[in-house]
Design a protein around this ligand. Structure first.
Ligand code: NAP
Length: 447
């Protein structure tokens, strides 16, 4: 690995030089283990501790197949899917690997007694498999997390509809929380040159998801002037939804749970912010009875901020706790767009408010390559910026995952893999200097 690290730091190496670097036999990787999937049995979600289930192991380098790339990972990030994998909820991810293993010989490589996690990376291509022409060893890249086979016609209009669609590093093995990663070449995108490795690695999954969910015609198809209610506006998804709303001429109404997070929303440029903790909203009475009075109180709080308007779009992901209120507060003809159910997937809502007021609920999941590419272009052009608040070394990734599970983080938490320290990897200092104020909103390099 030392030789590879030196190559990353060296100037003007050709792709031939990169091809001549030896591929190591094994690499460091953050894993969960198949024989430990029962360790949290009987424990509630909040008490399942990722620090017990996540391991830093040395694992063999997987064989490179056609259409794939082996990437040197300089940095990655914690996504909530790493948290789900580490607490074996809602199901152990080994089920996905076993299913993938049944599909083909290449799929079989993924079905192992360990699962290398991670759905983001920034790094350098080390090798490409047969049939890869667009990318070459030495290219500086980020990877989005959509893995598709595209052998079925169903995926050829929108790759998210491919029946063999998987999230890399969650439903496949060999993810990005490691020193090397195996991806399909059509997951690769150019690394934004003005960002550090850890900044570049942090937005991929959440920015692309928020882009499809909010901006794409496959999601809510947001328009200028739309009022957008954004739950968790300082979290992974929400910090990008807020930026996309502001960029697109919409008006975000940001919901967060502390004064510090409310300040961050204002620093991003949002003027309408609700502190749900200070308001003490209780959308459920005793956890089981819907509390309509509280839905109305949320609706009034939104109208107080907007001057009387209800949200055209509700950006949903907390799920069971907030969903009934989200359906209630959306305007007549409005859209509730959902990509998750963090607080529980058995949703309730009062259907009268949906059908009588002609609202729509739209399901959204990650993004196709074009949507991910467009989102990455926004990042490359400085139109959106990373929301990285803290960076951990790979051997402390489990602590970072625990912070996310406990909702003690802001924006994104970065992980240094092969990058020896924060702040490395910037190629375009001049462009960075022009965008420095925005890049530093959530934190400073190495904070
Ligand atoms: P995150 O960084 O933890 O942010 C979520 C935010 O939501 C939290 O910071 C919190 O903000 C708010 N929140 C959490 N529980 C809540 C509740 N019960 N009521 C109201 N607000 C609540 O996580 P994320 O990366 O944004 O991901 C959020 C969810 O989306 C996860 O379940 C994740 O698995 C899922 N996801 C799905 C996709 C997809 O493609 N389908 C992609 C990305 C993420 P405050 O405390 O400040 O309010």
């Amino acid at each position: 690995m030392q030789q590879i690290l030196e190559a990353v730091g060296a100037e003007r190496l050709t792709s031939r030089d990169w091809e001549n670097l030896p591929v190591p036999g094994s690499y460091r990787a953050l894993t969960i283990r198949k024989d430990e999937t029962g360790i949290f049995e009987g424990l509630p979600t909040a008490e399942r501790d990722p620090r017990r289930s996540l391991h830093l192991d040395d694992v063999p380098v997987p064989e490179l197949g056609p259409g794939e790339a082996l990437v040197v990972v300089m940095a990655s990030s914690i996504n909530y899917n790493t948290v789900w994998s580490s607490i074996f909820e809602p199901v152990p991810t080994f089920e996905f690997l076993t299913r993938y293993g049944r599909t083909s010989e290449l799929g079989r490589r993924h079905d192992l007694p360990y699962h290398v996690l991670g759905s983001d990376l920034a790094g350098v291509v080390l090798r490409v498999g047969p049939g890869v022409h667009r990318w070459r060893p030495g290219d500086r890249v980020v990877a989005h997390c959509l893995s598709v086979e595209l052998e079925d016609p169903a995926g050829h209009d929108d790759a998210m509809l491919d029946p063999e669609q998987r999230i890399w590093g969650f439903e496949t093995n060999f993810g990005g929380l490691a020193d090397l990663a195996l991806v399909k070449a059509n997951q690769l995108m150019p690394k934004p040159a003005h960002l550090t490795w850890e900044e570049a690695a942090s937005p991929g999954l959440v920015l692309s998801t928020a882009y499809r969910q909010l901006v794409s015609h496959n999601g809510a198809d947001m328009k200028q002037g739309d009022k957008v209610l954004i739950w968790g506006a300082c979290g992974g998804l929400g910090s990008y939804a807020t930026q996309l709303a502001l960029n697109g001429g919409a008006d975000p109404v940001c919901v967060v749970s502390s004064p510090e997070k409310a300040d961050l929303c204002r620093a991003m440029g949002a003027e309408m912010v609700i502190d749900r903790a200070a308001e003490g909203f209780e959308f459920w009475r005793d956890g089981t009875t819907p509390n309509r009075k509280e839905w109305r109180r949320l609706g009034s709080a939104i109208r107080d901020l907007t001057g009387g308007d209800d949200p055209d779009i509700v950006f949903e992901h907390p799920g069971r706790d907030t969903f009934p209120a989200s359906v209630y507060v959306a305007r007549r003809g409005g859209t509730i767009v959902t990509c998750a159910s963090t607080s529980g997937y058995d949703h309730y809502f009062d259907n009268r408010y949906l059908w009588m007021h002609l609202k729509r609920i739209v399901g959204s999941h990650f993004a196709n390559y074009q949507e991910a590419w467009r989102a990455n272009e926004l990042m490359r052009r400085g139109k959106v910026y990373p929301t990285l608040s803290k960076t951990f070394p790979l051997d402390e990734a489990a602590t970072a995952a625990h912070e996310v599970l406990q909702n003690r983080h802001q924006g994104k938490l970065g992980i240094l893999c092969l990058a020896p320290e924060p702040g490395m990897g910037i190629e375009d200092e001049e462009f960075r200097a022009r965008h420095a104020a925005k890049i530093s909103i959530f934190g400073t390099v190495g904070a």
